[in-house]
Design a protein around this ligand. Sequence first.
Ligand SMILES: Nc1nc2c(ncn2[C@@H]2O[C@H](COP(=O)(O)OP(=O)(O)OP(=O)(O)O)[C@@H](O)[C@H]2O)c(=O)[nH]1
Ligand SMILES: [Mg+2]
Length: 471
Amino acid sequence: MLSRTSDPIVAIATAAGRGAIGIVRVSGRQLAPLIDALCGRALKPREATYLPFRDAAGEAIDHGLAIHFPGPNSFTGEDVLELQAHGGAVVLQLLLARCLEAAAEIETGAPSGGARLPGLRVAEPGEFSQRAFLNGKIDLAQAEAIADLIDASTEAAARGAGRSLSGAFSREIHALRDALIHLRMLVEATLDFPEEEIDILQKADAAGQLDALQTQLAAVQQRARQGALLREGIKIVIAGQPNAGKSSLLNALAGAELAIVSAVPGTTRDVVSQTIQIQGVPLHVADTAGLRESSDEVEQIGVARAWGQIGAADAVLFLHDLTRAALPDYMAADAAILDGLTHALAPGVPVLHVWNKSDAVAGAAVPASGIALSARTGAGIDALRKELLVLAGWQTVPEGVFLARARHVQALARVAVHLSGAAEHLAAQAQSLDLLAEELRLGQNALNEITGEFGSDDLLGVIFSRFCIGK
Ligand SMILES: Nc1nc2c(ncn2[C@@H]2O[C@H](COP(=O)(O)OP(=O)(O)OP(=O)(O)O)[C@@H](O)[C@H]2O)c(=O)[nH]1
Ligand SMILES: [Mg+2]
């Protein structure tokens, strides 16, 4: 897909299902003949005209609004025609079919089948946005923000996506790029004067410029990381011995009776997952089978699944039962689990110790690390929520977060690596100025990938194919 970038395209732009209004959208280089055929007249640019949408026999399929946005002043940068009809699946399918049929008639000069005029075809997912990108109406980060805005599951995510779409993220990337280009020009120019190179760089305070650039980058990285967190969330696994109250805790966090709770140890077998949100940050919480040796075959499978979840976790809540915490056997079993966790977890994955059933042990000393709560009464759950945000690395950013993707965070991290490489070469000076220049060039490449100023076609294909049709 995504190769026939000059064909006119058509799609139903509104969601499937019933609605007061549904929109069929066409984009192409020259839509005037098609508009004539569909609307029976020319349309004033960017003005809504109420008219019948007629089929080949001249009978109205529906009445609605037609708007023509002549290129390049349109979303895609090409001619765009929007037909706003009633939002029924059949009506919209009829309109879509009529567009294709009318295009075919124009090409053959007569109402019959055969090849279609300059190849009007149904759009691939994301193809309208792709055209907007290819025609320079939006950059890649903005195009991604369109999909993220549509997919946003929380208000904070939607606001962040809106900010990225309006170009806030791209502007920060451009500011970084401009500072980087400035420094590159200085270094490249210096290469031509080997005698005086060190002098020139010192006078221009290249080290100071690079330092400022790194600080600026760190700030953008921080906001992008927060944005990626808002978009993707983190996976939290509740683990611990049977009967610690893991399922009760999941239910308390979710505010719903999702997992079965019982006094029988070994109740949970399957993993029960739920996405909750705290201050707009999505947290994917998984309740797992209690970890213990068992002769029960089904329970063994459950325990294996629990370890599988733990291996994929971004953070683990290790749940302990305060009513049994002082028993030697219980402590030994907890120690064995902790040992297992250190082997199963990827480096840097945090383990939060949570002491449950605080309601049943009034006044009992809570071990210093972690937090005490009662899944039954809800005491301490708010403190846990705050702690979960800390675990996720969430910080409110005063200027507001822009929604970002893991792809952006990774690219920024690569820029940071190249800038520290550059800083080293700058410190070493004379011997390695060409290496310094190369690091800066690579850093700029990584920045450009974010806005798509250049990038491989493969990358573009992957990004746009995840869009919905009509976008
Ligand atoms: N007093 C008290 N009892 C609790 C609390 N949380 C859970 N329980 C009880 O502890 C028992 C076990 O709870 P579950 O949530 O099923 O425990 P679990 O860790 O999921 O157990 P398994 O699925 O068997 O691993 C039930 O009888 C709960 O009612 C609490 O905060 N206080
Ligand atoms: Mg359970």
